[in-house]
Design a protein around this ligand. Structure first.
Ligand code: LLP
Length: 402
């Protein structure tokens, strides 16, 4: 349901702010969009848990029969709680400890390793493991900003192609079983051609090294969304779809294992635009020519603007009309705590609501208790229903562990 301002105001007065409000229909629509990316049987769309691991959202994903990518045991644990079968859960991890590798191999999950040391660790922990994947580092990276580019030379992920031969020999010598390859160039891609390039690169490795019996080839996530509602800078899904169909059809026609699963694991695309974060304006402060709009949305609730200088569309529910360039800031004890800077917005009054759009991905999942602020409530709307899908934390939660 598309919420009206009045409905948002009602929810805010019932449940208080800050609150994340998700729209079930939008998540389902995004799943459908992704699932129609390719008509071939071989294509599978999985979900990257890290984007949003709310139990209820995971259950919704499960109802759509998707597999889930986990970064480690915690995400495995929550996905089990959401009802996923062992076979629907796989791990794309980095820098696992001995203990965590043991926990994961004990569950007999498909595990993608991304360094020679992790490959050796896997074999030490579970000699001859039969559900191994290798994450190959693409020769190039792409994505919205340096922190989320994961291909190419300047970051920690993946096994370089120069080391691939060694890995294959190690796998053979230790009777491990390589069932898949994966890569991921980076996140928030709006240029579909980089995603095509990454697909082609991984398929070329499969062909060159004659890996004829792979069960899975996984190209990661990274499908971008248009956070900036004014510029309409969208990922060209139609072109992506068209080219993928051609590439995959050709590939499967010559690949010996006709059942090979060609997979993507979007996180952001599935959930980002399904949620708004709603807060309350607490202060309107004029300092020289600057206007600071203070809110209860600190970076403990949404860290993306602070961490990546990310853009989120912001609006106020207000009766005012005068627009000015404003800084919208939160309640953390740091000057760097902002939602947007120098943005032309209607100047609100204290008590008005602020809405931050497209916060369903890497919003709550990256929230914290910095300054001992409580994590917000999460609501899910569906048709005319509103469900609390996670309660606001209580002060007692701040005492856990003592
Ligand atoms: N697969 C792998 C191996 C990944 O590393 C990631 C994201 C994904 C899939 C999902 O990517 P997506 O479809 O969501 O772009 N916190 C950052 C994003 C970090 C992404 C890390 N890896 C943000 O808020 O923009």
């Amino acid at each position: 349901m598309k919420l009206t301002n009045t409905q948002i105001q009602d929810l805010a007065s019932n449940y208080k702010t800050p609150m994340y409000i998700y729209d079930k229909a939008v998540i389902e629509q995004n799943i459908n969009t992704m699932k129609t990316l390719c008509t071939m049987q071989n294509i599978k769309i999985n979900y990257a848990t890290k984007a949003n691991s709310n139990l209820h959202i995971l259950k919704l994903i499960r109802e759509h029969n998707m597999k889930v990518d986990c970064t480690g045991y915690g995400e495995y644990f929550i996905n089990k709680r959401a009802g996923f079968e062992q076979s629907q859960i796989y791990v794309v991890a980095n820098n696992l400890t001995f203990e965590e590798m043991k926990q994961l191999t004990d569950q007999n999950l498909v595990i993608s390793v991304d360094s020679i040391d992790q490959l050796k660790l896997l074999n030490e922990v579970a000699p001859g493991y039969q559900k191994l994947m290798i994450r190959v580092n693409p020769t190039f990276g792409a994505g919205d900003n340096e922190s989320i580019v994961t291909g190419g030379a300047n970051h920690k992920f993946g096994i370089d192609i120069e080391d691939f031969e060694f890995c294959l020999k190690y796998i053979k010598d230790n009777t491990l079983k390589l069932i898949g390859l994966n890569n991921h160039v980076g996140s928030l891609n709006l240029d579909y051609t980089v995603m095509i390039r990454a697909v082609e690169e991984l398929l070329a490795i499969v062909t060159e090294y004659q890996l004829h019996d792979l069960q899975i080839i996984n190209f990661g996530g990274g499908f971008g969304i248009d956070y900036n509602h004014e510029t309409n800078n969208k990922l060209d899904l139609e072109s992506l779809k068209h080219q993928l169909n051609t590439i995959f059809t050709n590939f499967v026609s010559i690949y010996p294992n006709k059942e090979v699963s060609l997979e993507f694991e979007p996180g952001r695309f599935i959930v980002a635009n399904s949620a708004i974060l709603v807060g309350t304006v607490t202060t309107v402060k004029r300092r020289g020519k600057d206007i600071y709009i203070g809110t209860d949305l600190g970076f403990s609730q949404l860290v993306r603007p602070v961490m990546y200088n990310s853009y989120h569309h912001v609006e106020f529910i207000t009766n005012n009309t005068m627009t000015r360039n404003c800084h919208v800031v939160g309640n953390m004890c740091e000057s760097g705590d902002y939602i947007c800077k120098d943005r032309k917005l209607i100047v609100p009054d204290v008590g008005d609501l602020v809405i931050v759009y497209d916060t369903g991905a890497y919003g709550y999942s990256m929230s914290s208790n910095f300054n001992n602020r409580l994590r917000p409530i999460e609501l899910l709307t569906a048709d005319d229903d509103v469900t609390i899908i996670r309660n606001r934390q209580t002060l007692d939660d701040l005492l856990i562990g003592y």
